[in-house]
Design a protein around this ligand. Sequence first.
Ligand SMILES: [Fe+2]
Length: 298
Amino acid sequence: MAEQLQPGVGVLFNPALIEFVQAHAGALDHLAVIPDRCWSDAGPGSASRFEELPAAVAVVERAMGQRVLAMHSIGMSLCSADVFDLPYVDQLAAWRRRFGCSWVSEHLSFTRVGSGHEVNASVALPVPYDDEVLELLVPRVEEVQSLLGCPFLLENNVYYVDFPEQDMGEAEFLNRLMQRTGCGLLLDLHNVHTNAVNHGFDPHGFLRSLDLAKVVEIHVAGGQRTMGFHTDSHTGPVAEEVWALLEAVVPHTSALRGVTFEFHESSWPMLHDTGVLEQLDRARAVLRRHAAQALQTA
Ligand SMILES: [Fe+2]
């Protein structure tokens, strides 16, 4: 496996990127892959639950050994009170070993409810930042880390409504969860920007209250205004406000391994190769500038 020592840049793979990944191998230090888009899942209890999709698996196989691979899971539903899907985690762990993934990430959210007759919202729903949720998550995160055998990161979520009377704020919740479990943070700066716009807080102040030394990966993305909200739609290039947040946090992220550009495949006609390469070049320029400044002050 190709391990990078300095933080690099990469993309979250989507089907529009099949040719890009082969044509611009040198532009990518790492490739983040959503494993759930590489298999069909017949659901818990099914005899042959995970059926691999050959075309998607072939992309991961080709990337293996050429660059750092990371798995970005979307199906664990870690925060479901009545679902803790250990066979799903076992499947992730098997893929982690098979493809030599350097880290695995999941959202701090839930998608599924009902352990008997499951309902899947297919969208990462936020949880209240309460002690009860924290106590639910700590042993789960510890077990997931143990099964995966590699760094496990949780991604800060986007939320469009506030839960009333939460026990703590998002930053305190994330810091306490990371401190108690040793898990890392996948810091999605567009999610921070989205929440800041919709809820009227200072994103830089929020980031200063986070334990940035636990950040292993950063997501950068774009979004759009819809029905009075800024949405986490992953539309087009990275938002300018997100570039400013990246500049602010990189000097404080001593464990950072990669900055990942994520976009929805429907934005490919807007971006094309040149648009994606521009985002990667700009992210790399931020990393290089701060690495050079760190050397000067060392
Ligand atoms: Fe993200």
